[in-house]
Design a protein around this ligand. Sequence first.
Ligand code: PMP
Length: 674
Amino acid sequence: EEKGMAYIRLLSFLEGEFLANTEQNDALLQSFGRVMATMNKELLQVEIPSLAYKRDIWDLKHFSDIEDRIEHIADPYLQTVVRHYLLQFQLKLEPILKDFRHSIIHGDANDWNVLVRENEVTGMIDFGDLAYSPLICDLAVAIAYLVMHKEEPIHVVCQFLKTYHQVLPLEEKEIDALYYLIAGRLSTTTTMAAYSAQYRSDNAYLSVSEEGAINALLQWIKINPIHAQNSFRKACGIQTKQAVNHEAFWKKRNHYFSKAMSISYKQPIKMESAALQYMYDDKGDTYLDCVNNICHVGHCHPKVVKAGQAQLAVLNTNTRYFYDSLNEYAKMLSAKFPAPLSKVFFVNSGSAATDLAYRLAVAHTNRKDIIVVDHAYHGNTLVGIELSPYKHDGKGGKGTQADIHKTSIPDLYRGKYKYDDNEAGKKYAEEVKDILQKNKEAGKPIAAFFCESILGCGGQVLLPSDYLTHVYKHVREAGGVCVADEVQVGFGRVGSHFWGFELSNVVPDIVIMGKPIGNGHPMAAVITTDEIAKSFENGMEFFSSFGGNPVSCEIGKAVLRVIEEEKLQENALKVGNYLLKELEKFKEEFDLIGDVRGAGLFLGIELVKDRTTLEPDEASATAVINYLKGRKIMLSTDGPYHNVLKFKPPIIFTMENAETLLRELRNVFQKLNK
Ligand code: PMP
């Protein structure tokens, strides 16, 4: 009766088939749940004090012990998935696991340790991993093997849990922890197989579950934790977590914020968390993210998060002091640029970077007239809006100020000069030359030409290959400076190059960076030449309270490292080229596609009602976005006629993601192309 007193009979032979070799139907999974619970219920009564001191890397409560072995996983994407789950475990479970119900647990109820006869689980073997651990870890290990090679992993878990809970009721916190613990075991199996392969490449046993674990893990990350937790709760007959009423959320938002604040979709999505290229909402749905070019290397990328966390705990100050990370980051960032771009300024938003670029150009040239491309967006400050026809010519805008001059979008599809015109780039550049000339004659010479390296708000317009060469020549001859806005397209997104301007084979005088630079952390930068930076040294100090602080620098360094380590620029090229090729085929099939364009993972699909008149088809573009939202894919539209589908996902986007997107696009194009 007393805890600690138990007779354990050791059997040397047990009859049955391995679960791994058995077809796993619902009845068998339920049987396993019952047997496992029966065993666990007995073990709860047993004490083996020495087990409390055992430390084993396979024991899930010590999941963190695998951390320095993750680097042995060859596929960088898989490494990041494992690191993601480790970080979630460290944040969400490690601090509280000690308060979970502990027990002697089997520790390795994998499908080669479970015996089956006539569709019933009859016994378990191999108690070599016996541990004193949170009880729920025993289930997590068993389940991790059950979900391998399964089309509907959540259904599988629920069959097992249902009967387990009837025999040995689980607590709410145990059920909620399962999602991360299952991922934990899959991660350990994946990591240990990769780690041990270097020592014992001939030992098939160690990698027996590797493929199953990897595939299950790659599927698992597509499951919203809330969906898993609520499904598990339901299987146990426990109240599910309820999403808050969106009406109430709307009310509060409207109470605290101006309606000027923009929002995506008529029925907005309430996001709870995100992982890499997936976003998880409050209802349990997972969205494939094809719009967020800010979380460039993946939402909540574990290496970036850790870099920020670590530095936040050490020092966060401003550039009025010396600290190593400032110089280190400036060195890494400036190494990405061709000469003579070498002087860096750090700020906190793309808008602030635009503002500073404007000031640098004005200081250097002693002029204040600027040329911008029609429909461009460069920022939300007073200067930003003045430089952004997208805003000042749009709803509520006051039109273009006298010292700002617009040149047409050099659009080879819809513009004045088209794809079939070999001289189009040169001709569009002539327009800039004319503005330069007119302004010179009017005594208001141009200070700078601002241009995104691929036009985002203009409708994902790839510049004619020689456009910037001609424009830069004209601008420089007229004494102006050339500014490239890389806020949307920089940092490897275009695939073939690190910067968008490199597609045009030019070197700007000033470059604006933002969005992807900090993977969501608010930071931005401007880089310029020594000469222009000198002109800015007029006695007025430049200071930004947050720009270039040690936390931002560490995050910026981590982003650059991740792009390189995970070969994300190469990924952008590979996946982007594949999408472009397939979308070109769609164009042959569906008349409503007028043009497909872009580079790397920055693509646009322009929809038209008529291929001869090019009448824009905004309604179809909106219909595509709404259809995709229903299919849990986020995409947006842009361009002067809101008819361009705009694709700019985190660049960790995989070939499989591309297939998913193409499949759904085909479905919706088929519906619309009547
Ligand atoms: N330039 C471009 C091309 C942009 O797309 C944006 C933001 N959409 C900005 C500048 C301004 O950046 P931020 O929102 O960080 O101020």
